[in-house]
Design a protein. Sequence first.
Lengths: 106, 93
Amino acid sequence: MSEDRRTHDMGGLGGNPIEFADHDAEPWQKMVTAIRAALGDEPMRLMRVDELRRAIEDLDEQEYDLPYFERWAEAMINLMEEKDLLTRDEVTARMEEIRNRVGGKA
Amino acid sequence: MTTYNVGDKVRVAVTHPPGHRRVPYYIRGKTGEIERYCGAFANPEELAYGFDGRPERPLYRVRFMQSEIWPDYDGPANDSVDLEIQEHWLSPA
């Protein structure tokens, strides 16, 4: 692969077989989608879809291999840090707080 | 006002600037034909960094022949792939 070519730009490269099985979205995946809408849509509009795409592309190669919605989540945290709205530590602390509240089930 | 008309042959720039680019690696340097004009749109390469992307730039759907893109393509000769590309990535071919 050329050094010019970025991780996400894989058109024409060999790939793994495509899994065609249909599956429902997990609740946490729906939550990530809801957070995307809350951040990106009216009235907040804290980020554009173009910015989210860019932040996903900017993940390093290891993170880019994460499942689709985890990629979104990582990219959104990075964008919120970039915009000085939240820090990763604040997000992590809040996740911990929620995890404790629901009895370690999340 | 658009620079290209339907049927014009265009070549995609061969350049690899850092940042968010909408033109995939595999199509850079390839020649295709304007299939349609899609309208003028803010530049997503700027929107991606929180800027307004103005002025809007013409966007074209460009048709490329699969056999010219992939050296080992063995599908029908008239198979094509259409990509939507903004004018600043194109030059006359």
